[in-house]
Write a protein of this length. Structure first.
Length: 437
C-alpha cells in the first residue's frame, strides 16, 4: 500500500512558487489545490449555471455546482479504491485522491452560461483563426490566469499533477484529428500547458491517470443523476422503458439514438447497448409507474442511483502492460446508454429548441456589444474594473476578444440575461452592476 505521506517532487511542483512548509498547516500540496479551487468566485458561480435544466426552473435539478461536488465525491472514491486495493498504481506514477478531487472540482469552471449552447456560439463568434472557445480550455485558463491566489502571479499556482488531471483533452486546438472540436488549453496558456504535460504519460495526446479518473467520474455522475432528475420531473419515462425489452417506448428510444448517432463510427452497435440497458434495468430498477414522490418511490430511486454509482466506482482497474487506467467495457456501454436518455428526452425535446435559439441570441448580442466597446477606451465603462485592466494590457485585437469572452463566459445565467435586457433597453440598470464578477 502506498504511503499517503510520500512526496513526489515532480508532481508537487508549482510553476510560480516553491512549496511552503507551515508548522500549523497539515495540508499536502494537492489538498491545498482543492481548497484554492473551492474558494474561487468561479466555483461559486456554478450554482447559477445550467447542468441540463436551468437552475431557476421549478424542479430542484442539479446545477453545475452540485454536479461538480458529486463528481468530486465519485472521483475521490475511485482514487481511494485504487489506492487501497491495487498497488499497481505505483507503476503509473501514483494516484492521489486529493489531486483527483481537485480536478473534479475544477473540471466545469469554464462552463459558460446556458451550457453547450453558449459554448458552441462563443466558439463560432471567436472563430477558428482566433483560437475559438472550448469549455475545458476555459477551465484551464481560469485556474492558470483568471483566478487569483497571490498578487505576485496570475492564476491559482496549482501543482503540476492537478493541472495535468484537469486536462481531460491534453492537446491544443487542431492537434487531435479524431477530436477536432475538443481541446484542453488555448495557446495563450502555452507555458502552463507545457508545465502540466510534464506529468502526463510520454505518449502523444495521452492524459494522466488522474485525468482519466476525473473524466469517468464526470460521465458516471451526470449519466446517473440526470436520469434521476428527469424521471422525477416526468421527462424520462424510465418506468415505461423498463416494462419489457420489446416495449414500443424502448424501440422508439433506440431508433432515436441511432438516428442521431448514425454518423459516429465508433458508437457501439445497437444490440450491445440494448443488452447493456436491459442489464441495468433488470438488476436495479424497481419503479413501474410515473414518479409521484411517495416515500417508497423516493427510496427505490435513491437505491437505484446509489447501486449504479457503487457499480461504476468498482469498474475501474489498472492495466499494467499499458500502464494506464482501464474501464470495464460493459460498464462503459451502460453509461453510454444512460447518457442517451437525457439527450433523447430532454436535450433534443422539441420545446428546448426555441429556448436554445434564444440563448444563442443572448450570447451573440452580448459579444457584439462588448466587442464594439472594447475597441475604444472611451467605451470601457461598461466593463467591470478587472476587465478594464485586462483591456488596458491587451496588445492585440485577439487579446481584447479573449477578454470579452472571459467576461461573458464568466457570467452566471441571471447575469447574462440581465445584461442582455439592459442592452436592448428592456430592463433597468441594477444597483449591483459594479459588483465584480
Amino acid at each position: 500500500m502506498i504511503d499517503y505521506n510520500d512526496v513526489n517532487i515532480a508532481r508537487n511542483r508549482r510553476r510560480h512558487s516553491q512549496p511552503a512548509v507551515q508548522k500549523d498547516d497539515h495540508r499536502r500540496p494537492a489538498r491545498k489545490d482543492k481548497d484554492r479551487i473551492i474558494y474561487t468566485s468561479a466555483f461559486r458561480r456554478l450554482a447559477e449555471v445550467t447542468q441540463v435544466a436551468s437552475p431557476s426552473d421549478a424542479h430542484v435539478f442539479h446545477n453545475r455546482l452540485t454536479h461538480s461536488l458529486q463528481v468530486a465525491q465519485v472521483g475521490r472514491s475511485l482514487a481511494e479504491n485504487l489506492r487501497e486495493n491495487n498497488k499497481a498504481c505505483e507503476s503509473i506514477g501514483g494516484i492521489d485522491p486529493d489531486t483527483v478531487e481537485a480536478a473534479c472540482l475544477a473540471h466545469d469552471l469554464g462552463h459558460p452560461p446556458f451550457g453547450h449552447t453558449a459554448e458552441e456560439q462563443l466558439n463560432t463568434l471567436v472563430g477558428a483563426a482566433n483560437g475559438g472557445f472550448e469549455g475545458n480550455a476555459q477551465s484551464f485558463r481560469i485556474v492558470t490566469k483568471l483566478a487569483f491566489k497571490s498578487p505576485k502571479h496570475a492564476g491559482l499556482d496549482l501543482t503540476a499533477s492537478t493541472l495535468a488531471a484537469i486536462l481531460k483533452y491534453p492537446w491544443l486546438r487542431g492537434e487531435n484529428k479524431k477530436k477536432p472540436h475538443k481541446w484542453g488549453a488555448y495557446r495563450s496558456e502555452m507555458e502552463d500547458f507545457k508545465f502540466a504535460r510534464t506529468i502526463c504519460p510520454p505518449q502523444r495526446l495521452a492524459r494522466s491517470p488522474e485525468a482519466a479518473l476525473m473524466d469517468w467520474a464526470d460521465d458516471v455522475t451526470y449519466s446517473v443523476h440526470d436520469l434521476e432528475d428527469f424521471f422525477r420531473a416526468g421527462r424520462i419515462p424510465i418506468h415505461l422503458l423498463a416494462r419489457a425489452s420489446e416495449s414500443l417506448e424502448q424501440r422508439h428510444f433506440f431508433d432515436d439514438v441511432y438516428r442521431r448517432r448514425s454518423a459516429q463510427k465508433d458508437f457501439p452497435k445497437r444490440a450491445l447497448l440494448e443488452e447493456a440497458f436491459s442489464n441495468i434495468l433488470g438488476m436495479f430498477w424497481r419503479i413501474y409507474e410515473p414518479y409521484s414522490g411517495t416515500k417508497d418511490q423516493r427510496s427505490r430511486l435513491r437505491y437505484f442511483t446509489s447501486q449504479l454509482i457503487h457499480r461504476y466506482v468498482n469498474g475501474v482497474s489498472i492495466n499494467l502492460p499499458k500502464k494506464a487506467i482501464e474501464l470495464n467495457p460493459e460498464y462503459e456501454k451502460e453509461v453510454t446508454i444512460l447518457k442517451e436518455l437525457t439527450w433523447t428526452y430532454v436535450i433534443e425535446a422539441p420545446n428546448q429548441g426555441l429556448q436554445r435559439e434564444g440563448q444563442r441570441s443572448v450570447i451573440k448580442r452580448l459579444f457584439e456589444v462588448y466587442s464594439d466597446a472594447a475597441r475604444s477606451e472611451k467605451t470601457w465603462a461598461i466593463f467591470p474594473p478587472y476587465y478594464r485592466e485586462e483591456l488596458k494590457d491587451a496588445d492585440t485585437p485577439l487579446q481584447r476578444t479573449r477578454t470579452v469572452v472571459d467576461l461573458i463566459a464568466g457570467m452566471t445565467e441571471p447575469q447574462a440575461v440581465e445584461a442582455y435586457r439592459q442592452v436592448i433597453g428592456a430592463w433597468p440598470s441594477s444597483s449591483l452592476e459594479d459588483v465584480v464578477r
